[in-house]
Design a protein around this ligand. Sequence first.
Ligand code: PMP
Length: 461
Amino acid sequence: MPAITNHLPTSELQALDAAHHMHPFTAGGELAAKGARVITRANGVFLHDSEGNEILDGMAGLWCVNIGYGRGELADVAARQMRELPYYNTFFQTTHVPAIALTQKIAELAPGDLNHVFFAGSGSEANDTNLRMVRTYWAIKGKPDKHIVISRKNAYHGSSVGSGSLGGMTAMHAQGGLPIPGIVHIDQPNWWAEGGSMSREEFGVSRAKQLEVAILEHGEDKVAAFIAEPIQGAGGVIIPPETYWPEIQRICDKYDILLIADEVICGFGRTGNWFGSQTLGIKPHIMTIAKGLSSGYQPIGGSIVCDEVAEVIGSGEFNHGYTYSGHPVAAAVALENLRILEEENVLDHVRDVAMPALHEMWHGLADHPLVGETTITGMMGSLALTPHKDSRAKFAMDAGTAGFMCRERCFANNLVMRHVYDRMVISPPLIITPDEIAEIGRRARTALDECYVQLKDGDML
Ligand code: PMP
């Protein structure tokens, strides 16, 4: 067997992949028959595949490569850290410099009194931490019955048993016995799909009020926390009406419910501020972080915890942690990523340059016959595909059929855009230039045109 390298023919790599590699969130048999696209290298906002194509990455990997691909500084830091201290744990009264420095930096960047960090290897693990932490917090305070966590349908909080249960994805709940007990899901603030005849503002308040109804139904003395993404990401970049978050905040404050903001996508610049909570005016007790923390260069996540919760949790032993909590190489790389975001003023670039260009390009697609609403906050946006804009109609075929067709047309035009059911989603690296944004716009329009023809020819419009 020859060494498996980029020099093997694509078909051989695909056959080997199909033989042994089980892909996440994928119909394995279908992919094996078709062959996965082999990504070989990346630079800036561009991916390269084994066929020599240059692909514009409109999704920053999985919403994570905020500083773009190919930053050698992060590789240098990783190599240096591996030579000096490749691994040590922080379980048994030890610590190390990368963990100390990174927690210090995160506490400095995070708003309010979010001054403490519990590390995990991913967003899923961090949300599992949060689930146990909020329940433990109330138990230490003498309220062990305050254990229910309220979340939302179509939320995404990860793929482990705990975080998958927190999430509200029906397709995930249908497999493997989710959700676990003690988690309640209210409706999402998705006005386009579910707003009916209400105005956006009325709908935002009415969806937020469901939190109050759920608290009263289960009892204030039974509810530990509410968890939500400031803007739902994997659910299709659902930007809530402006009336939504103030009402949610009021309800959490009134009933003494801990508020967890899942910032795994929104954190580290994606919405134009360091955290989505700042953009949307949310004051959480805990924030979940991952992805942009290291720009995806190393797997690392965590929970940023406020003074009060950290103090209570610290009053006893919290029997929780991961072998790779605060991994020194991941922590050192994350710290270097934050240095680049800060010293290269990436947030200024987002606010002054990238965001205006991206918003103009995105809203410019609204005149396309297939496009219903276009919504965007900061550097994350979505558009609804529809056969009829004015009535906000859904397609007659299964939800996601048109979205999948559109994603395939994007991919064929060397643009990565994701679809969530029949919404197309964009979330490019934050360092993207106006020229590159214009190129996304051109490729997206071509893909939409091709999709329109396919739908029309197939009598699906
Ligand atoms: N929370 C949110 C909001 C996410 O978007 C994701 C990942 N898409 C997760 C949690 C889970 O993170 P991970 O895949 O790193 O476990």
